[in-house]
Design a protein around this ligand. Structure first.
Ligand SMILES: NC(=O)c1ccc[n+]([C@@H]2O[C@H](COP(=O)([O-])OP(=O)(O)OC[C@H]3O[C@@H](n4cnc5c(N)ncnc54)[C@H](O)[C@@H]3O)[C@@H](O)[C@H]2O)c1
Length: 261
């Protein structure tokens, strides 16, 4: 937490079960902690077991409800078992934040690597698709729910030297729009958040390659700074809450105006 404050002072997720993928680090970690502090039963998933267990333990230590399950979102068996655990432990699945993703690409398309393409598509696209598929089955059975997928500004515009990543995030936008149209009348809302550059361990790893890059990244954001985890978390909580009840199929840029210039 960075002191930006969270949407809604009240514990608006009491009694709700919320699934968060990529919950061991960065945006997912921040979202899991925020949902936990607002009364949700939080089901955390990640491939990073120790760090994920630690976030769940922090939520419980602060008086919240949380369990961690190791799950690779690119693995159908893991994802099916994850949703089954949420339902077995807490009876239903009200909200899902499909956020796990990777970004490890720094080459022009002609030089990029087939194995990286398969890995990125497997996690960023198939992972979101698998999660939505199993979450939607549960939400249909119980009569409603909300889903938020983490896309990116790279899901809304081109990203030189990150073409595979941009393609994967455009695909997340496509999944979000299509499913929102399919399930609108089933009381299920589905939206994406499209973060600009956010200070997370993912960014720290990128900056290790070239610390001077930070100034040019800040320069991409007309608001004059990079995003913080809570900037994205606040948008996710709003999209999951009843306050956004007429918002579905939307790609919410949380980007300090990066995509308007
Ligand atoms: N940080 C940014 O600037 C930024 C900008 C736009 C979009 N995003 C997106 O936000 C999401 C979260 O990114 P972050 O910055 O918090 O990154 P992060 O690296 O801090 O956290 C990502 C988490 O996802 C987990 N993960 C990776 N592969 C997984 C898999 N196969 N199954 C389950 N978990 C897996 C990682 O272990 C990690 O805990 C990603 O989808 C990323 O593409 C980030």
């Amino acid at each position: 937490m960075n002191g930006l404050g969270q949407v809604g002072a009240a514990k608006q997720f009491v009694g709700k079960t919320v699934l968060v993928t990529g919950a061991a680090s960065g945006i997912g970690r921040g979202a899991a902690l925020a949902f936990g502090s607002q009364g949700a039963n939080v089901v955390l998933a990640d491939i990073a077991q120790e760090a994920g267990e630690a976030v769940a333990a922090q939520i419980r230590a602060e008086g919240g409800q949380a369990i961690f399950q190791r799950a690779d979102v690119a693995n159908a068996h893991d994802v099916e078992a994850l949703v089954a655990t949420a339902v077995r432990e807490f009876g239903r699945l009200d909200c899902a934040f499909n956020n796990a993703g990777i970004e490890e690409e720094y080459e022009r398309l002609a030089d990029s690597d087939e194995a990286l393409f398969d890995r990125m598509m497997g996690i960023n696209v198939k992972g979101v698709w698998l999660c939505m598929k199993h979450e939607l089955r549960q939400m249909l059975a119980q009569g409603g729910g909300t889903i938020v997928n983490t896309a990116s500004v790279a899901g809304l515009m081109g990203a030189p030297k990150h073409a595979i990543y941009a393609a994967s995030k455009h695909a997340v936008v496509g999944l979000t729009k299509s499913a929102a149209a399919e399930y609108g009348k089933k009381n299920i809302r589905i939206n994406s958040v499209c973060p600009g550059v956010i200070r997370t361990p993912m960014l720290e790893r990128a900056l290790e390659r070239d610390p001077k890059w930070e100034a040019s990244l800040i320069g991409l954001h007309p608001i004059g700074r990079l995003g913080e985890v809570d900037d994205v978390v606040n948008a996710v909580l709003w999209l999951c809450s009843d306050a956004s009840g007429f918002v579905t199929g939307h790609q919410l840029a949380v980007d300090g105006a990066m995509t308007i210039v």
